[in-house]
Design a protein around this ligand. Structure first.
Ligand code: HMN
Length: 289
C-alpha cells in the first residue's frame, strides 16, 4: 500500500515566532485523526525557506518528540546554504534519529546539473541516512531529465524522489527504469493518475485536512476500483480548488484552527489572513471535514 505522508503545516504567531504547543497538536492530529503514515517536515508547506537555522532545528526536534517512532519522518534539510543543509542533516540524523532526509534542488541561481549533483552528493556524504530528492520545477525552475535522475540515483544513499510535477510521461519512465527507488507524488490534485503509475507514497499539504479522501483514492486505485477513485478525486479537487482560490497555506491553517488547533498565521512576507478568508475556511470545514 502506498504511504500517505502529510507535508506538515507549521504555526507561527503574529510576530513570526514558532507556536510550539500548536505544533505538537498538529503533529498529534495527523497521527491520531488523519492516521497518516508519515510526516514531511520542513517543506514548502512548513514555510521552511523563510526560517532561521535555530527555528528549523526546533521544529525537527518537537516533531520527533511528539511522533517518536509511531510514523515515518522525513526531514527536508535543503537550503541554498549548503553548509546549513549539511548541519541540519547531521542534526536530524545523529541527534534526533531521523532515518530519511530530503533536499530541494538548489534554486534562485541557475546552477548547472553538475553543481546540483555535487550539492546532493555533498549533503549525503557525511550522514548515514537515505535522501529523497525534492523536485518541484514550478517553484525552483530546475527540471531533471530521465538520465539526470539516473545520475543522482547512482549514489546508493539517494533512494528516491518527491516528484511534484504534472509530467506523467517522465514519472512513468522513472518508475519503470528505477523500480527500486522510491517515488513519492507531490500534487494532491493529481493523486489518482500518480497512483495509477505506481507510486510508493504521496506527500501533500492538503492531507492535513483531507487525509481520509486521499487514503480512499490510494485504496481504490490499488483495488482496481477506478469509479470510486474518480469520484473521490473529484470531491477532493472541488475542495482543493476552493482552498487554492482562498489562499493555500492560510486556508489550510484556518481550517485546522476551526477544528480546534490554533495554527496562527503564515510567516511574513506571506500575507496574514483576512476575515473573508476565515469565513470561507469555516464553510469548507462544515462541508468537507
Ligand atoms: C512540501 O514541500 O511541503 C510539500 O511536499 C509540497 C506539496 O507537494 C504541495 N506543494 C506545494 O505546496 C507547492 C502540494 O501538496 C500542494 O500544496 C497541493 O497539491 C495543492 O496544490
Amino acid at each position: 500500500m502506498a504511504q500517505l505522508i502529510t507535508a506538515l503545516l507549521v504555526p507561527f504567531d503574529e510576530q513570526g515566532k514558532l507556536m510550539e504547543e500548536s505544533l505538537r497538536q498538529v503533529v498529534e492530529y495527523n497521527i491520531t485523526e488523519n492516521k497518516v503514515d508519515g510526516l514531511y517536515v520542513g517543506g514548502s508547506t512548513g514555510e521552511n525557506f523563510m526560517l532561521d537555522t535555530t527555528t528549523k532545528k526546533n521544529i525537527f526536534k518537537i516533531v520527533k518528540e511528539v511522533a517518536e517512532d509511531r510514523i515515518e519522518l522525513i526531514a527536508q534539510v535543503g537550503s541554498l546554504n549548503i553548509y546549513e543543509a549539511k548541519e541540519l542533516a547531521a542534526y536530524v540524523v545523529n541527534e534526533l534519529g531521523y532515518q530519511k532526509i530530503s533536499s530541494v534542488t538548489p534554486f534562485y541561481y541557475k546552477f548547472d546539473f553538475e553543481e546540483i549533483k555535487n550539492y546532493y552528493f555533498e549533503i549525503v556524504k557525511d550522514v548515514e541516512a537515505e535522501l529523497i530528492v525534492y523536485s518541484i520545477p514550478a517553484l525552483t525552475g530546475v527540471n531533471f531529465s530521465e538520465d539526470q535522475f539516473g545520475e543522482l540515483f547512482e549514489n546508493p544513499k539517494i533512494t528516491g524522489v518527491k516528484y511534484t510535477a504534472g509530467d506523467f510521461y517522465l514519472m512513468e519512465r522513472l518508475r519503470s527504469r528505477f523500480p527500486d527507488k522510491l517515488m513519492y507524488s507531490g500534487f494532491d490534485e493529481m493523486l489518482l493518475p500518480a497512483a495509477a503509475v505506481g507510486i510508493d507514497g504521496a506527500i501533500g499539504s492538503t492531507f492535513n485536512v483531507n487525509a481520509k479522501r486521499a487514503r480512499q483514492i490510494l485504496t481504490a486505485v490499488e483495488g482496481n476500483d477506478l469509479a470510486t477513485a474518480r469520484k473521490v478525486q473529484a470531491e477532493t479537487n472541488d475542495l482543493i480548488q476552493k482552498i487554492l482560490a482562498n489562499g493555500l497555506y492560510n486556508t489550510l491553517k484556518l481550517m485546522l484552527t476551526e477544528k480546534g488547533i490554533d495554527m496562527g498565521y503564515c510567516h511574513l512576507p506571506m500575507k496574514h489572513y483576512t476575515n473573508e478568508q476565515v469565513e470561507v475556511a469555516q464553510e469548507l470545514v462544515k462541508e468537507y471535514m
